[in-house]
Design a protein around this ligand. Structure first.
Ligand SMILES: C[S@@+](CC[C@H](N)C(=O)[O-])C[C@H]1O[C@@H](n2cnc3c(N)ncnc32)[C@H](O)[C@@H]1O
Length: 199
């Protein structure tokens, strides 16, 4: 799987790919951040830092960190103006209760252990902090089965149905506040899940 992202990093910033696939998702996260105005933001699975860079430019100047497992992606994220951390979402090298907003776009469905990642999100969030995850979700068992077949042997994508994403976050002690599809120009439409850590 890591090979996939090392290879993908060289073409990931293609203007059309960014415009039609990722831009709308990043817009949704920027809207959430702007309504909350968190002082610290951790962009998990930041890729080439396209969203990370936008977060560093928000008018209240939050402290933003980008984190990713892929060296190739992080090399290309150097432009983003945020400190970059090479680590896995399942083992965040981040202090307990230190982050006000975690953003995670198009990354959660790649994690081998989504429960461990959710537990890490809950651990590093401050009381009252939130996580905004946008990930591919399957809406029916047929959809899940088709996705498994379509990607067999080529990918380790783990697209959970929305109720399972909620369950994974709830098991980590996070309360889900919102879950909805994000309509972008290209299918599949991913699911936004916003959850919080109680104060
Ligand atoms: C499709 S890219 C999304 C990048 C960025 N968030 C965006 O919206 O453009 C998925 C990213 O997740 C990263 N990733 C995959 N598994 C990861 C893990 N376990 N921990 C941290 N990052 C991971 C990949 O290296 C890749 O950069």
């Amino acid at each position: 799987m890591s090979d996939l992202f090392e290879r993908w990093s060289s073409t990931y910033d293609d203007a059309a790919l960014q415009r039609f696939t990722y831009r709308t998702l990043h817009d949704a996260v920027v809207t959430i951040a702007s309504s909350q105005r968190p002082g610290t933001i951790l962009d998990v699975g930041c890729g080439t830092g396209q969203l990370t860079r936008r977060l560093t430019r928000l008018d209240w100047a939050p402290t933003v960190y980008g984190l990713d497992v892929s060296t190739g992606m992080l090399d290309r994220a150097r432009h983003c103006g945020a400190p970059l951390i090479r680590a896995s979402a399942e083992a965040l090298p981040i202090a307990d209760h230190s982050i006000e907003l975690i953003t995670c776009t198009e990354s959660f469905h790649w994690y081998t252990d989504q429960r461990a990642a959710a537990a890490e999100f809950a651990r590093v969030l401050r009381p009252g902090g939130q996580v905004a995850i946008i990930s591919i979700a399957t809406f029916t068992d047929v959809g899940a089965s088709l996705l498994r077949r379509a990607t067999a042997g080529r990918s380790t994508i783990r697209a959970l149905p929305p109720h399972q994403i909620r369950a994974v976050l709830a098991a980590a002690g996070l309360m889900v506040h919102e879950q909805r599809r994000v309509r972008r120009p290209t299918p599949p439409w991913p699911t936004l899940t916003r959850a919080g850590r109680n104060g």
